[in-house]
Structures are given as structure tokens and as C-alpha cells.
Design a protein around this ligand. Structure first.
Ligand SMILES: *[C@@H]1O[C@H](CO)[C@@H](O)[C@H](O)[C@H]1NC(C)=O
Length: 337
């Protein structure tokens, strides 16, 4: 009887060490995000993520390439799909036209995203497609297949309103979510219709204008999540030119104000905050605050690898085991008395 009580106490201690193990897990950099459902998290998002070449180009929206963006903590990428001018079967990432800015075939960028997902098993990434070239879903399917990322694709079951938690997406390894603005169909279910789930605030904001908190797409329809478009441009000969010089302020105090305004207008947190020149200003601090977590300055510039997590788990387990041993010894001591 006593022995079985002691054994069950030891078992409880052991299982609490297992619980501690999962507590130590990080999801997109923070333990507190693990229990949140996908749609409850705010994700740092790069507008025209691929438009970083050549460096400093007038049409560039970003300074850094996609590998650096992901390493720095960007977790959603906005990409524009065009038909390659060289091969009608190839999906190419271009800005306005492949003659103006050509960031190469999609498979190359998907390879970089795959490398990140492979190396960072606790991270969930989202891609927003603008289907500018009117491509068929099958063309995306074939690019994703040849890049070897199909294992990571998450599909929200039809008619399901509840999203999985980040921890669930991480444990099932379905960590790549894809939305497209137009041209989706049931033949490729992982390429989801953005406006079934998400609305966007206006995306054309000229420097000096007020940052709007209105529903732009789909017109007048509120959805489960929203994209806060927070980047500005200046008109030059009819072209909207990104504003790197203003980005520290745009992505600094202006973002705090805009996000808070929209949060109270919609009574809903933005899920995706889309910016230009993301590394200027303080978007990661602002987004940590919106997520209700304390910004970890070391994350993501010093990514925590799984080995660090495992080390933390081991330390916790050892502590619990030690406490367990002390308790066990004490109990045995009492019994001996
Ligand atoms: C991305 O940029 C970094 C820093 O400039 C560079 O070291 C790296 O090679 C680039 N990666 C790719 C895939 O271009």
C-alpha cells in the first residue's frame, strides 16, 4: 500500500517533468504563443518580401533578402506571382512587371523558405500570394512540389472555423500556411482563398496621409483575421515609390498609433502587420506588445535552436527529478520512523 503510494507519487513527479518539457517549448519565439490559435497571433509581415533587389532600387520595398527576413523574425511574406517571361510554365516573382523587377523563379525562394523551416522546427510561416499573373493553382502546386515543401503545407478543413494552436501546427509539422487573393480552387486546397478568412485595411497610403482603419478588401466585409497594411509611398510620375527614409518613423511611433487605432476601431487585433523596410523602426517590439509577450531582444537575432530547448528541458527534468528524490527520501525517512 505504502509502496504503491510512493510509486504513484514518483510517477506524478515524473509526468510533471514531462509537462515542464512542453512548457519549455517556444512557438514563433515565445512560449506564451504556443497555446494561442493561429488566428490569435500577430505576425510581422513583409510587404513585397521579394522586392529587395537590386539593393536600394527605387521600386524595392525591402533592404534584406528573404533568408535574412526570416532569420530576423519575419513570419509572413507577401509575394507577387507572374508568368516567367522565359518559360510559361514557371512561376516568377516580379514587381509590377518582370521587366521592372525580377526576383527569379518561385522555386528558388521556396528553397530558402524550406531551409528555414527545416532548421527552425518551432516556427510557423505564412505566405500571401498576389496572383498578378493569373496563374492556375496547379502551377503553384508544381513549384511547391519541386521545392520539396509540400510536407509543411497546412490546409484549413472546409467549414472549420477554429484554427489549431501554434503548438499543434508545430507538433504536426504543418507550418506553412498559404493564402491567395484570386484564382484559388478546390483542386489545390492548401492554397486558400485569402478573403474567406482575412480582410485588409487600405494599402495605398501616401506619405503624410492618415493611416486608415477601414475595411478595403473584401469590400466592407469583416473576417476572422485582418492584415494591417502599414507602409507608405510617394507618387512619382504615376508610380508609388516606397519611402525608406521615412521608415524609422513609419515603423516606429506611427505603427504603435495605427495598430492601437485599428485594434480599438475593429475591436480585434490585427493578425498580420505588413511593412516595408521592416528592420528600420521597432516592429518586433510593437508586435511583441500586441501579442502580450515581453519582447525578447535576443530573439530572433540569436535564434533559439531546438538543442537550446532540449537543454532547458533537461535542466527542468533534472530539477524535478532532484525534488522528487528529496521527497521520496523524506517519505521513506518518515516511514522508517
Ligand atoms: C541574404 O543576405 C545575406 C546578408 O547580406 C547574405 O549573407 C546571404 O547570402 C543572402 N542569402 C541569399 C539566399 O541570397
Amino acid at each position: 500500500m505504502r509502496t504503491s503510494l510512493i510509486l504513484s507519487a514518483a510517477a506524478t513527479l515524473l509526468s510533471s517533468s514531462l509537462l515542464l518539457h512542453s512548457d519549455a517549448q517556444l512557438c514563433n519565439g515565445y512560449a506564451a504563443l504556443c497555446a494561442k490559435t493561429y488566428n490569435q497571433v500577430v505576425y510581422p509581415t513583409t510587404h513585397n518580401a521579394y522586392a529587395n533587389t537590386p539593393p536600394g532600387a527605387l521600386a524595392a520595398n525591402q533592404d534584406n533578402n528573404i533568408t535574412t527576413q526570416l532569420g530576423d523574425g519575419i513570419r509572413a511574406l507577401m509575394l507577387d506571382a507572374y508568368v516567367s517571361p522565359k518559360n510559361p510554365n514557371v512561376v516568377e516573382l516580379c514587381h509590377t512587371s518582370c521587366n521592372l523587377l525580377d526576383a527569379g523563379p518561385l522555386t528558388t525562394t521556396l528553397g530558402q523558405i524550406k531551409a528555414f523551416l527545416d532548421a527552425n522546427p518551432n516556427e510557423v510561416i505564412t505566405i500571401f500570394w498576389e496572383n498578378a499573373g493569373n496563374l492556375a493553382p496547379a502551377q503553384f502546386q508544381s513549384a511547391y512540389t519541386s521545392a520539396g515543401v509540400t510536407n509543411y503545407l497546412y490546409t484549413q478543413p472546409t467549414g472549420t472555423a477554429t484554427w489549431p494552436t501554434l503548438a499543434e501546427m508545430i507538433s504536426t509539422n504543418k507550418r506553412l500556411v498559404n493564402f491567395m487573393d484570386s484564382g484559388t480552387d478546390a483542386s489545390v486546397p492548401w492554397l486558400m482563398a485569402e478573403y474567406d478568412f482575412i480582410f485588409e485595411t487600405p494599402y495605398q497610403i501616401l506619405k503624410g496621409e492618415e493611416y486608415p482603419c477601414t475595411v478595403d478588401r473584401p469590400q466592407g466585409e469583416r473576417k476572422q483575421m485582418y492584415v494591417l497594411n502599414h507602409f507608405i509611398s510617394q507618387s512619382l510620375n504615376g508610380n508609388n515609390i516606397p519611402q525608406p527614409g521615412a521608415a524609422a518613423q513609419t515603423n516606429g511611433g506611427d505603427l504603435v498609433t495605427h495598430a492601437n487605432n485599428c485594434r480599438s476601431t475593429f475591436n480585434q487585433l490585427p493578425s498580420f502587420i505588413a511593412v516595408d523596410f521592416y528592420e528600420r523602426g521597432s516592429i518586433f517590439q510593437t508586435i511583441a506588445q500586441l501579442n502580450g509577450v515581453e519582447w525578447d531582444k535576443k530573439f530572433p537575432t540569436q535564434p533559439k535552436s531546438t538543442s537550446v530547448n532540449n537543454a532547458a528541458c533537461t535542466v527542468n527534468s533534472i530539477n524535478v527529478m532532484a525534488v522528487g528524490m528529496v521527497a521520496l527520501t523524506a517519505t521513506l525517512g518518515l516511514l522508517a520512523l
